[in-house]
Design a protein around this ligand. Structure first.
Ligand code: DGL
Length: 265
């Protein structure tokens, strides 16, 4: 029994790290589409083709469940993947709904960080229209952050300068929650925690996604097959061994980090 995790790059490792915590006895296959990362600045048509090709390669390795650990890829391809394959498929979307609910009592606004592509797709527009009944959700594309993350740029000073510049148009007193709507971004939760005002909560969809995965494994009757030891196999579209090393380093990093994950769903 193997659970596949897919992302354009190393971002999905933040979701995999959460899965290790909750489902430590599973075996995992993690794939990054290194030939095409970043997705968030490309066209919908291109990204769809990249995702379908990558998942086909993962299916060839024999996976029993799939987590599309990428908000951008989910928005574009999750429905099609569910029609193509009979295994359980878990997707991700920015945790806007729980954030709006959590903020109901405070009267504060919600700020969603995501890739430009996620924010411009109909799925995101539909999500916000459905749940944002008070018009409190603002969205901020952060395309550079995926690049920084892929370069393992975690220098506190450089990243704080970057976030300060991005956040300068916003009055942070007005906000109660920041939603990390891209799986690369939780690599910067600690940095953000250190610089955002303490009243702002930081949420991502990782814990909720793994909860859904666990429930689906039960529903499909395959949860009990967990005989693994939490080992992970890596693959990437470029087949570059240096990138595989990078994935290992990044996974250790994110597992070692005290990532603030909220059980938001
Ligand atoms: N990690 C991905 C996401 O959750 C996409 C990053 C990218 O390739 O632009 O949206």
């Amino acid at each position: 029994m193997t659970i596949g995790f897919f992302d354009s790059g190393i971002g999905g490792l933040s979701v995999l790290a959460e899965s290790f915590r909750r489902l430590p006895a599973q075996n995992y296959l993690y794939m990054a589409d290194t030939l095409h990362v970043p997705y968030g600045t490309k066209s919908e048509e291109d990204v769809k083709a990249f995702v379908l090709e990558s998942i086909e390669a993962m299916m060839g390795e024999g996976i029993d469940a799939l987590v599309v650990a990428c908000n951008t890829a989910t928005s574009i391809a999750v429905e099609e993947l569910r029609t193509l394959y009979s295994i359980p498929v878990v997707g991700m979307e920015p945790a806007v709904k729980p954030a709006v609910e959590m903020n109901r009592a405070t009267g504060k606004r919600v700020l969603v960080f995501a890739t430009p592509l996620t924010l411009q797709l109909p799925k995101y527009y539909a999500l916000v229209s459905r749940v944002d009944d008070r018009g409190i959700v603002d969205s901020l594309p952060m395309p550079e952050l995926v690049r920084y993350c892929e370069d393992l740029q975690f220098d506190k000073r450089i990243m704080e300068d970057y976030f300060r510049a991005k956040l300068s148009p916003f009055d942070l007193d007005d906000y109660g929650i920041v939603v990390l709507g891209c799986t690369h971004y939780p690599f910067y939760t600690d940095t953000l925690r250190g610089m955002l005002p303490p009243h702002i909560r930081i949420v991502d969809g990782n814990a909720g996604t793994v909860k859904r995965l666990a429930a689906l494994l039960h529903r499909f009757g395959i949860a009990g097959d967990a005989k693994g030891s939490g080992n992970v196999r890596f693959m990437c579209s470029g087949g570059d061994p240096a990138y595989i090393d990078k994935m290992r380093t990044a996974l250790e990093l994110i597992r070692g980090n005290a990532i603030e994950t909220e059980d938001v769903l």
